[in-house]
Design a protein around this ligand. Structure first.
Ligand code: PLP
Length: 411
């Protein structure tokens, strides 16, 4: 079964808004699916009151928020009490640093990577420094930017409390083998695992119990939805942690790790992403009664297959070019390469290349994308940074052809 790209693009109003524009900055934030827009509109038009009171619009508002939470818990195969929908991943990781760090002290160790976005490094490092905890760094390969799980053997010890790493770097684009890494950590001690999936979730919504992680975070504004962050905290772990909201909401699942308080309309609209997935699945031969696991796996096969078709010519071009240094894996044959493609132009600045590409209607950007540490370790200037072309399943081969023509001329 191949992806019906016309059906897909019809679900995203922005795809037809400006057909001449090639949008390839998806890792910064995706287009929003039509059902999300409709749910947001409905909430604001009909139920824009404080939710969960006894009168009718308020009850409906609460039901819309509950439906979103229930749907996402099912999609991720977690208990609803293990789910927080907070303002963003950066805010969620900041809050979790306060919750986890309360129990840290001298003698403890944490491991952070050189590959992550700063949202999954800085907060943990700062808390560790405050608590006298030793920070160990999982280094990237200085040429490719890849992480080697074998390096963990030297870093893990019986003092390790947490390992923080990314499911897929927002610059390197290669998917780290989360389940294998979790197994390695479990076999070597009692350390817990926190995974930032912000750059991976737009490509695949995972079964979190199958992955075996303790904490997992991603942002729905990059997964066709509203500006909200999904936070999973394993229930047994959560029972041992300090809640971070008011003393009287500490034990309310939806508020425990959300001191900002739930953003009502946005949370209700989160359900629209799942409506979109349902429509996509049904349109491609799925059944209404399919389990969440079957549905997400089928969607992943479809969308990843399409994204691989988009990524392949980009990677081939950049890999053979003498005018650019491609980061991460140079091919997508192993099924572990997202279509998030970063490169350093070798004869021009990254800023000059993106300026030229924008003149051709190519919506791309350059910089460090809040992941300066990985660039520093690859010897790349963190201000000019790299050019990043990030594609999702609503992009087309025609988009890629236009990007390549423009890129070739810009380089
Ligand atoms: C890999 C990665 N992690 C974390 C974040 C932070 O997410 P948020 O913008 O929701 O705080 C981003 C944002 O770009 C990201 O790309």
């Amino acid at each position: 079964m191949i992806l019906d790209i016309d059906f897909v693009r019809a679900q995203f109003p922005q795809c037809s808004d400006n057909p001449e524009h090639v949008f390839c900055c998806n890792a910064g934030g995706s287009y929003v699916a039509q059902p999300v827009i409709e749910r947001m509109q409905h909430y604001n038009q009909h139920t824009r009151v404080q939710p969960y009171y006894a009168f009718t619009p308020s009850q409906e508002a609460g039901q819309a928020m509950d439906a979103a939470r229930q749907g996402w818990a099912l999609a991720l195969n977690i208990e609803i009490g293990e789910l927080t929908i907070g303002p963003s991943t950066s805010m969620n990781s900041y809050v979790m640093a306060q919750a986890l760090g309360a129990a840290w002290g001298p003698g403890d160790e944490i491991i952070v990577t050189q590959q992550d976005h700063e949202a999954n490094i800085g907060v943990w490092r700062r808390k560790a420094e405050e608590k006298g905890v030793t920070i160990r760094e999982w280094a990237v390969n200085p040429v490719t930017g890849l992480l080697d799980p074998a390096d963990l053997d030297q870093l893990l010890s019986d003092r390790t409390r947490w390992l923080f790493f990314t499911h897929c770097s927002n610059l390197i684009g290669t998917v780290n083998p989360v389940a294998d890494i979790v197994q390695k950590v479990r076999s070597q001690g009692t350390a817990k695992v926190c995974v930032d999936a912000v750059a991976y979730a737009p490509h695949h919504i995972c079964d979190l119990k199958a992955l075996g992680v303790d904490i997992y975070l991603f942002s729905l504004y990059k997964v066709f939805g509203p500006h909200q962050g999904i936070l999973y905290v394993n229930g047994q772990l959560s029972d041992q942690l300090l809640g971070q909201s008011h003393y009287f909401t500490q034990n309310v699942d939806s508020k425990r790790y959300n001191p900002a308080g739930p953003q009502h309309a946005q949370i209700a609209a989160c359900r629209g992403v799942l409506d979109y997935f349902d429509a996509l699945h049904l349109h491609h031969g799925g059944k209404a009664g399919d389990s969440a696991a079957v549905k997400m796996a089928a969607i992943h096969t479809l969308t990843f297959g399409h994204e691989t078709i988009l990524a392949r010519p980009m990677l081939e071009y950049l890999n053979q070019s003498s005018k650019a240094r491609l980061l991460g894996k140079v091919h997508c044959d192993d099924g572990d390469r997202a279509a998030t493609i970063s490169f350093k132009p070798l004869r021009k600045s990254s800023a000059d290349v993106t300026t030229l590409m924008r003149k051709d209607g190519i919506g791309t950007e350059n910089g460090n994308f809040y992941a300066p540490r990985v660039l520093k370790n690859l010897g790349i200037d963190i201000d000019d940074g790299v050019v990043r072309v990030s594609l999702l399943h609503y992009n087309t081969l025609k988009d890629v052809e236009r990007i390549l023509v423009s890129l070739d001329s810009a380089l």
